[in-house]
Design a binder for this molecule. Structure first.
Ligand SMILES: [Fe+2]
Length: 200
């Protein structure tokens, strides 16, 4: 996981956007590692198989190398109304629960299955997604869905409503939260999307 963290930090540091360089600097702070038990994800194993079999690019290759150490989490089955149950998985490498503890930063991987909607939501943390495999479409604030491919960075300012959709293929990202990284502020938008979770 350290190699994935370092590869992502170097990649972000080379980007022109200030937010990417800030994220890279935060990720590079020296942090002692602690042991985290790996947890497999049936959703990630199933829907990332094609991407993992032929990893394209340094970030995807670093992701594949780190895969055995990931502690994947999926939305709990009890949240049956959640559009992402059985259709997404994420992990935290840097963060309060990560292998590299931090209180003001989260970094990890996040995937969404094909033909899935991640409904409009917002949170206090400033967020970056780096698309490393597959493709997805991001809705940010009032800007309609825009397709993003591997190598694209998506910046979500603090408290900005955003949603993600996938089509025929999954999307695999590396994600960063900065600032207030607690989940206490995390909320789905109570209005503003239709019954399928599509923003209206
Ligand atoms: Fe988000």
């Amino acid at each position: 996981m350290r190699q994935l963290m370092e590869t992502a930090a170097v990649w972000l540091a080379a980007r022109p956007e200030d937010v990417c360089r800030r994220a890279a600097a935060a990720m590079r702070c020296e942090r002692p590692a602690r042991p985290i038990a790996p947890v497999a994800s049936t959703t990630a194993s199933r829907d990332l198989a094609t991407l993992v079999a032929d990893p394209q690019g340094e970030l995807m290759q670093a992701f594949v190398a780190a895969t055995p150490a990931f502690a994947w989490r999926e939305p709990p089955q009890k949240d049956a109304g959640n559009y992402l149950v059985g259709r997404s998985a994420g992990n935290v490498i840097i963060g309060p629960e990560g292998a590299f503890p931090a209180e003001d930063l989260r970094f990890g991987a996040f995937m969404i299955s094909p033909e899935t909607v991640y409904p409009l939501h917002a949170h206090a943390a400033e967020e970056l997604y780096i698309v490393i495999g597959g493709s997805g479409r991001w809705w940010i604030d009032d800007a309609p869905y825009s397709p993003r491919q591997p190598g694209d960075v998506v910046h979500i300012p603090s408290w900005t409503p955003h949603a993600i959709r996938t089509d025929a293929e999954p999307v695999l990202t590396l994600w960063v939260w900065m600032g207030d990284v607690s989940f206490e502020s995390y909320r789905f938008e109570p209005a503003g999307f239709d019954a399928r979770g599509i923003p209206i």
